[in-house]
Design a protein around this ligand. Sequence first.
Ligand SMILES: Cc1cc2nc3c(=O)[nH]c(=O)nc-3n(C[C@H](O)[C@H](O)[C@H](O)COP(=O)(O)OP(=O)(O)OC[C@H]3O[C@@H](n4cnc5c(N)ncnc54)[C@H](O)[C@@H]3O)c2cc1C
Length: 344
Amino acid sequence: MKDFSVNQNDQSKYDVIIIGAGPAGLECARQLRDSKLSVLLVEKNKTIGPKICAGGLTNLTSGFGIPNALTRSFPLQNLFINDRKYEITLVHPLKTITRLEFGQYQLEKIVDSKNITILINTVVSEIKDDRVITLDNKTFKYKYLVGADGANSIVRKHLKLRSNFYNGLYYDIPKVTDDLVWLMDPKLLKTGYIWMFPHKHYTNIGVYYNPVLVSAKSAKEVLEKFIVDRDMIFSPKDIKGAQLNYNYEGYKFNNIYLAGEAAGLVSRATGEGISFALISGKEIAKKILNPEHKMTELRKIIKIKHRQERMLKVLDSFPIFHNIFLRISAILLKYKWFQIYIGT
Ligand SMILES: Cc1cc2nc3c(=O)[nH]c(=O)nc-3n(C[C@H](O)[C@H](O)[C@H](O)COP(=O)(O)OP(=O)(O)OC[C@H]3O[C@@H](n4cnc5c(N)ncnc54)[C@H](O)[C@@H]3O)c2cc1C
């Protein structure tokens, strides 16, 4: 890993303060790099990158120049609906990346920029209308604040916005595999699913579910059975899990912006959030630099998100049609127009 020392100008006033160095915050900082604005990026962790995440990248991330050397690529998707298998070749393959490597790659793009100060190992504990206060009692004033602090965002709480959550649980199995698999079983997981994402040195196998409809206990049971059925071994203590906030209510609140999951920009249908974080981080930086910026890319992903949510609403209302709907979707997924329509 790169030996990264923080550039700290001992300053207490910034044009832009970004809270959170995930994909959204790092991309926002990258767009503000070499601008006239002074930027402070605050991250609570010591290392930038690691995050509870399966690391799947769709084509929506293709504009961000992520090097192929960091990813594995899977044109073929093995989709199981109950016991029936569908093989789907995606026009734009799904890729996998480890979050540590991705975060370090993003960090490299900003680490030597003169106008950006990066503060790691620092928790923002309080937000005021013109300043943020850290756990170690430092105060930093801002003109613009960007909340890029993820699913349990303190900035979102300051704005008194409600969050709605799906959950994800997974194991990283230390075995290299080659098949990317999705399994849907509406009887057990309702609108959730199991995924198996091969990475370079391990396989990430997890379950995504709506905690209102499925208990953590049964989601975990389905996940563990899936792993055992594939003759893989897991250690129960290594399970990891986190929430995903999908409730989007806007990105701009006077001089405070929300990006990525802090804004609820996650696909409720699939849990995809990396692309949404990158796009919103980029668009918000452009808006700060030019208030006339039209936010076309952000509008496009919000449209995809709402389209997927309308489909889920139908499924939630008519669970009896769930299986039929999934089977029809699996057949339609062979066509490029449908892949684009649902945003893969
Ligand atoms: C189990 C699981 C699997 C997932 N799999 C995928 C997938 O395969 N593909 C995909 O596209 N998406 C996936 N997601 C979603 C994806 O991880 C998120 O949507 C994405 O990371 C959001 O990026 P972000 O920059 O908005 O927030 P984050 O990546 O969460 O980054 C927020 C950053 O803010 C920091 N922070 C938080 N609070 C503070 C504070 N008070 N002070 C300072 N710093 C703070 C955090 O430490 C973190 O570094 C998954 C999520 C889960 C839970």
